[in-house]
Design a binder for this molecule. Structure first.
Ligand code: SF4
Length: 414
């Protein structure tokens, strides 16, 4: 395990990347990063257009002005709870607008479907569509050995799903109302050919993203996915210092591969996010702000901050963040997303913030299919409700239950 720890009582948040030892300019590593953030009047009018569209969809669903105002406010309020206020950052990539990696691109029928679904949930207390968003671990194969891996116990065994079964599963959840799917693993880029087939078949109705370590993200492979309709990519980068990222991922060269993946994705007009498992030692050593500067230099649209969980390779380890570290993350999350000084930084998502206030979206809007076929409400709490593979083997996909075990830690957002 990497030890970057400083005594917790001496924590000092470092606001300058230049002060972080080993910091290397991201732009020198990947070349000129793109600028996709929509600013000024363009930003104002796009948000106006999006909000008018939301209101239109709500009023068409409830058919009452008074109720439409009420439900519109509820939807906006939910968003403000997630982002600690009115989050204005938005990005234009490939002719579409994105404001986070968990919301379909705008404008699109998938985006409209999300709003209608959210409205119906409120009016009719509809909870049947629990799987609008599906994380799908399509492979058990992975060449990395990451310190925090939550799929650890499933990795590098016989593949669970054939190409045909991947298609059956996507088709099943599409019929259940899924409009966005993130393909993960293992390393999903080991199944590029199958992903291209899935996207060619289902990409018109589902926004697909790929979650990768950067392995096998050649320009050619990402180009094939882009042509098939891929919307975005989430690349795991756990440190801005190459050696420490590679040590965390236990594979030399994985930092360079991750940066290349970001570069190619940007050149191909894919929305790009990076994801980091924020450990106690990372926080204690003051690496968060330098990492934010690194992300800004990379020119990615989104950064996902994940808390370590004691599952998978972290099972039985003392990795859960304590109150002080959570407070640091929350302060950072509020500041980096809303302050003037960081208005040109990427959008940082931190699930822990809304989970501790309004619950988790897992189980009510999203599900996680692990690489062994177990279906959980989320990747981080292993509470499988059923195994999708056994339904396929018994030719009973139509009988898959809708009910999922909800997050045992935070409960679900209603
Ligand atoms: S976290 Fe992802 S990349 Fe790392 S070992 Fe697990 S599956 Fe592989």
């Amino acid at each position: 395990m990497i030890d970057l720890s400083a005594p917790a009582t001496k924590v000092k948040i470092n606001y300058s990347p230049k002060n972080a030892s080993g910091y290397k300019s991201a732009s020198s590593a990947v070349g000129k990063s793109r600028k996709t953030q929509v600013r000024g009047l363009h930003n104002f009018f796009i948000w106006l257009a999006i909000k008018l569209r939301i209101f239109f969809l709500v009023i068409m669903t409830v058919r009452s002005l008074k109720k439409a105002i009420e439900y519109y406010r509820q939807i906006i309020h939910l968003r403000e709870n997630v982002w600690n206020g009115n989050m204005k950052k938005i990005y234009r990539v490939g002719g579409k607008y994105f404001y986070n990696q968990y919301t379909p691109a705008w404008p699109s029928k998938q985006y409209d479907e999300m709003i209608v679904r959210e409205t119906r949930r409120r009016i009719f207390h509809e909870t049947s569509h629990s799987c609008s968003f599906v994380f799908f671990a399509i492979t058990r194969k992975c060449p990395l050995r990451c310190e925090h891996c939550f799929e650890w116990d499933n990795l590098n065994k016989k593949e669970t799903f054939t190409a045909k079964e991947l298609d059956l599963i996507v088709d099943h959840y599409k019929k259940q109302g899924m409009f966005q799917m993130h393909l993960s693993g293992g390393e999903p880029m080991l199944r590029v050919r199958e992903m291209v087939e899935l996207l060619n078949k289902h990409g018109n109705n589902v926004d697909f993203w790929v979650l990768t370590s950067g392995f096998n993200c050649t320009r050619e492979n990402l180009s094939l996915l882009k042509q098939a309709g891929l919307k975005g990519i989430v690349v795991s980068i756990d440190h801005y210092i190459a050696e420490l990222h590679d040590a965390f991922r236990r594979k030399a060269g994985s930092y360079d591969a991750a940066l290349k993946a970001v570069q190619y994705a940007q050149e191909l007009q894919l929305a790009t996010a990076i994801s980091i498992c924020v450990t106690k030692s990372f926080l204690a050593a003051g690496h968060l702000w330098p990492y934010a500067e690194f992300a800004r230099e990379l020119g990615v649209e989104f950064v996902q901050l994940l808390e370590p969980r004691n599952i998978g390779n972290y099972k039985d380890q003392d990795v859960l963040l304590d109150e002080m570290h959570i407070q640091m993350l929350e302060d950072f999350f509020k500041s980096v997303n809303h302050s003037k000084e960081t208005s040109n930084y990427p959008t940082f998502s931190y699930h822990g913030f809304h989970q501790r206030r309004v619950g988790c979206f897992a189980g009510s809007r999203s599900i996680y299919i692990d690489s062994a076929g177990n279906v959980h409400s989320c990747p981080f709490c292993h509470t499988a409700a059923y195994n999708i593979k056994s339904f396929i083997d018994n030719n009973k996909l139509a009988e898959v239950p809708q009910k999922l075990n909800e997050c045992p830690r935070f409960g679900k957002v209603v």
